[in-house]
Write a protein that binds this ligand. Structure first.
Ligand code: SF4
Ligand code: MG
Length: 341
């Protein structure tokens, strides 16, 4: 399968009155056609900043200072463009077309004074100058049907307020799908919805990815949300990738103490009595990030080296990597053990 997005050694900084916020450091990952990748982390982990860098929606005081972002074969990191105008032009072409977005609150995305039909048609016509209005209307109805909106021929002329929260998010998904994107980026797409509706919307996103072959990147603070949905998972902490793996690797062979901590916080339906143990402490201040492992202050297994040196990644498989000094320690012990035999 073709790689749709390839992010290499991404580094993003924000300039603030207090100093430089080291928001993202050395983050590398890729996504292939039809794959669903979850990016999991608490606020300040760098998960949203990473994806906003990809979408070209970083705030003005943010800059990509190192690394590469290759989307659909093209380099799209802001630093690789001669000026801001050519960058903005390129990203406007891409967004809503080959790269689509679904945000947390559909009402921030939908225009309250336009019918949803008009909003879907506009997305289609903006990127397909040869399409007629009639064709756009037919395609809009087809999209509404595809995302499970009943009686689309009638409802196409209604306004956003006439739909429930779940239905509105379906409309946003219809708009995201309008131009057959190669990549859909969903930022906490179900946080604003009821639990039962959440599951339906996630299922819809998964189904749409299967049907269209679009890759999906799901940004979330909740590892439980991505459990049944994602093929691969990136666990981010303090602006870095703590661990990355397939769903099986993350859930059955977690390596990083932070990943293990997150797993302990998930409610296990087969084990109701299990106590949920949130990880005590708070994330590092990225104005003054620790010299060593960003997780050091909250890690129950921290060693001396963790305070002073950034952990190197240990590679377990083509898909599974983790940045924790415990792996080095284990290797060394194994070596020593072997040599005294
Ligand atoms: Fe904990 Fe050290 Fe591993 Fe960081 S490197 S997660 S502090 S053991
Ligand atoms: Mg966020």
């Amino acid at each position: 399968k073709k790689t749709i997005l390839d992010v290499k050694h991404l580094r993003v900084d924000f300039t603030t009155d207090q100093g430089t916020v080291q928001a993202v450091r050395d983050v590398s990952f890729s996504v292939k056609e039809g794959e669903i990748l979850g990016i999991v982390g608490e606020s300040g982990s760098g998960k949203s900043v990473t994806m906003y860098s990809v979408m070209g929606l970083l705030a003005q005081n943010g800059s990509i200072n190192e690394g590469e972002i290759v989307f659909n074969g093209e380099s799209i990191a802001r630093k690789d463009f001669p000026d801001n105008r050519s960058y903005e032009k390129k990203m406007r072409e891409i967004r809503g077309n080959t790269m689509a977005m679904i945000f947390q609150d559909p009402m921030t995305f939908l225009n309250p004074v336009l019918t949803i039909g008009k909003q879907i048609r506009e997305t289609l016509l903006n990127h397909n100058p040869k399409m007629t209005k009639k064709e756009a209307n037919e395609r809009a109805i087809e999209l509404m049907r595809q995302v499970g909106i009943p009686a689309p021929e009638k409802r196409i002329n209604q306004y956003p307020f006439e739909f429930s929260g779940g239905m509105r998010q379906r409309i946003v998904i219809a708009i995201a799908l309008a131009n057959k994107p190669k990549l859909i980026i969903a930022d906490e797409p179900t946080t604003a919805l009821d639990v039962t509706i959440q599951a339906q919307v996630l299922e819809l996103i998964q189904e749409m990815s299967r049907q269209t072959g679009a890759a999906v990147i799901m940004i979330t603070h909740d590892l439980g949300v991505v459990a049944s949905l994602c093929d691969r998972i990136n666990i981010m902490y303090g602006g870095r990738l703590a661990e990355t793996g397939t769903d099986r690797e993350i859930f059955y062979e977690p390596n990083h103490p932070y990943t293990k901590g997150l797993l302990n916080c998930i409610n296990n339906p087969e084990d109701d009595d299990k106590e949920l143990t949130p990880i005590p402490g708070s994330p590092p201040d990225l104005l003054k990030p620790p010299a060593g492992c960003p997780f050091v202050d909250r890690c129950s297994e921290a060693m001396k080296i963790c305070k002073t040196k950034m952990p190197v990644e240990t590679i377990f498989s083509d898909t599974h990597r983790s940045a924790c000094w415990l792996n080095e320690k284990k290797n060394r012990e194994e070596e020593q053990h072997g040599s005294t035999k």
